[in-house]
Design a protein around this ligand. Structure first.
Ligand code: SF4
Ligand code: SF4
Length: 137
């Protein structure tokens, strides 16, 4: 696997680009994650569902991005407004299998995320912990 020998460097700059996607993107969430976010925001189930969620398919519900592609929880200062309860995919980025198993995935994503290839080398143990978490979905 590419990440096992590539000595990957990463240092987040807080640019917010990873919290922005295309019109067909959403932030995948589990039911417990949605419950935690809703409780954190102190919203009613109906309002939370209507305002923030999108059903991607029969088994997947995500956070619907705004029309400009930004996650609705991304503040104007590019900080996450639900940081303590942010979904797993946000916690494990950029250590997703599709981004680190092959050089191409990493190189392409680095065009979007300016924190990739920046800072010091991230220990393999840290990457593997995130990867295991991402794979446990
Ligand atoms: S939930 Fe927070 S970390 Fe995740 S995409 Fe939205 S703003 Fe970014
Ligand atoms: S795109 Fe990369 S550098 Fe920018 S906020 Fe996301 S993880 Fe950090």
């Amino acid at each position: 696997m590419y990440y096992q020998h590539a000595h990957l460097r990463f240092e987040c700059t807080g640019c917010g680009a990873c919290c922005t996607g295309g019109a067909d993107h959403s932030v995948e969430t589990s039911a417990p994650e949605r419950a935690a976010i809703r409780a954190f925001l102190k919203l009613s189930p109906a309002w939370f569902r209507r305002r923030y969620l999108v059903r991607v398919d029969a088994g997947t519900t995500g956070i619907r991005l705004n029309q400009d592609g930004r996650c609705p929880f991304l503040g104007n200062d590019n900080r996450c407004r639900i940081y303590p309860v942010r979904p797993r995919q946000c916690r494990t980025y950029p250590w997703w299998p599709e981004l680190i198993e092959h050089k191409r995935g990493w190189t392409e994503e680095a065009r979007r995320c300016e924190g990739m290839n920046r800072g010091t080398v991230v220990p393999l143990s840290t990457i593997e912990r995130s990867l295991a978490r991402e794979r446990s979905k």
